[in-house]
Design a protein around this ligand. Structure first.
Ligand code: AMP
Length: 191
């Protein structure tokens, strides 16, 4: 399975990605997690990414695309993967198309978690208290929501036109949402 999990910041992508990936026995690849790991290790990539992350902006496409290309080239991603937080721009969509076409496979589905905007901000502020993520301050949260609407929300239509989109209600208990996602994916045939 080659899957994408999309949704606005706070929709629960990371949590759901882990459960869904486990179910299909594929790696959950989170660009946000890879960036954060680089930030905490102080790598050159981390130093560059941090400037953008702290401001709630997207890391430039060339940097992000290069990182994803390397990651999906790794052996554990040969038979499939679930992308969490990538692609986020139209340029990343094109780049991913190229990466997948090169392997002779295709994308199987794009799951979008939909959520009530007020609930999202509340969840992120809650996460700020429990996880202490540097980009979970109220100003940065608002900026991340704006950037999502401007740059990432348009991708939903792109994938809808390709017939790949599966919209799932992201509200409610974690387990309920996972069940909805798995249910929706049950009808997807993999390439
Ligand atoms: P996330 O954990 O997915 O919310 O990502 C945290 C931050 O990492 C984002 O606010 C961006 O600064 C950066 N980031 C993650 N994925 C991408 C991406 N696909 N393109 C650009 N920046 C990204």
């Amino acid at each position: 399975m080659r899957l994408i999990l999309m949704g606005p910041p706070g929709a629960g992508k990371g949590t759901q990605a882990k459960y869904v990936a486990e179910k299909f026995d594929i790696p959950a690849i989170s660009t946000g997690d890879i960036f954060r790991a680089n930030v905490s290790q102080g790598t050159p990539l981390g130093v560059e990414a941090k400037r953008y992350m702290d401001a709630g902006e997207y890391v430039p496409d060339e940097v992000t695309n290069h990182m994803v290309r390397n990651r999906i080239d790794e052996p554990d991603a040969k038979s499939g993967f679930l992308l969490d937080g990538y692609p986020r721009t139209l340029a990343q969509v094109e780049e991913l198309d190229g990466m997948i076409a090169f392997t002779g496979h295709r994308l199987d589905a794009v799951v979008v978690l939909s959520c009530d905007p007020d609930e999202l901000v509340a969840r992120l502020l809650q996460r700020a208290q429990t996880d202490g993520r540097a980009d979970d301050t109220e100003d940065v949260i608002r900026r991340r929501q704006e950037v999502y609407l401007e740059q990432t929300a348009p991708l939903i239509e792109v994938y809808r036109e390709r017939g790949l989109l599966i919209e799932v209600d992201g509200m409610g208990e974690v387990g309920e949402v996972t069940a909805r996602v798995l249910d929706a994916l049950a009808g997807v045939t993999q390439s």
